[in-house]
Design a protein around this ligand. Structure first.
Ligand code: C5J
Length: 236
């Protein structure tokens, strides 16, 4: 399907003009380690069921992005099996025996290649989609994400995934400083802490959109659909 033309998405603090070929859908850390029992998120004492509400809305956006032939990128937080990319400060956090690299029901916690490190089956990347392995919370730090985006002339990001106030927020801030316009669909991000989820979204759109825009998946899908209808009408 031909990529649609620019279209306005209803968003806060004001409308976001989406240019589909220049906009990547970025899916942050939708890994079993954060979303399923027995992973790193649960080892930190969190109720992982709170994150699962983001899966279905992301699935819808992902299907639309793929159907339009637009850019999709995924990230995974995790460390090398020898933990050489794990700073001591990060390693020390959490309870002894339940820290990064310790064994768990889905393999070693937050270690690349383990079962828990995989993206949840509903959002499994296609072979041609970029998967960024990141050792930090932000997706730009110590990764090739900026280079991958620049190579594809991407200037806008729809940022989805988990958790709202940690890896999503850090990534939006990093992206904003690098000149990307970021739109965050509120139903496609989630947190173990509803109050931090709300605060995270509020911070993004405050002060005239200091870090970016907030909308939701229905409004994005509606706009994408209108653009497709407009393109099809012009072509007939
Ligand atoms: C956390 C993340 N919360 N992906 N990681 O440790 O947000």
């Amino acid at each position: 399907m031909r990529a649609p033309n620019p279209v306005k998405i209803s968003a806060e603090p004001y409308g976001f003009v989406l240019t589909p070929p220049a906009c990547a859908l970025l899916i942050i850390d939708m890994q079993r380690d954060f979303l399923e029992p027995g992973g790193f998120g649960e080892a930190l004492g969190n109720d992982v069921s709170l994150l699962r509400r983001a899966i279905a809305p992301i699935e819808y956006l992902l299907a639309a992005w793929r159907a339009h032939g637009l850019t999709v990128m995924h990230t995974r937080e995790g460390h090398r099996p020898d933990l050489s990319d794990l700073p001591l400060s990060k390693h020390r956090r959490g309870q002894a025996g339940r820290r990064i690299g310790d064994p768990g029901p889905m393999g070693r916690l937050l270690v690349r290649g383990e079962i828990g490190h995989a993206i949840v089956p509903q959002l499994t990347p296609l072979p041609d989609e970029v998967v960024i392995d990141k050792p930090g919370k932000g997706a730009f730090w110590a990764t090739d994400l900026h280079a991958e985006l620049q190579e594809r002339h991407i200037t806008q990001l729809i940022v989805t995934g988990v958790t709202t106030e940690v890896c999503v927020h850090t990534t939006v801030r990093e992206a904003n400083d690098r000149g990307y316009d970021c739109l965050v669909p509120s139903d496609c991000v989630a947190s173990y802490f509803p109050e931090l989820h709300a605060a995270g979204l509020a911070m993004i759109k405050a002060q005239g959109g200091i870090f970016g825009w907030v909308s939701d998946s229905a409004r994005i899908l509606h706009a994408l659909d209108s653009a497709r209808v407009a393109t099809a009408t012009r072509e007939t």
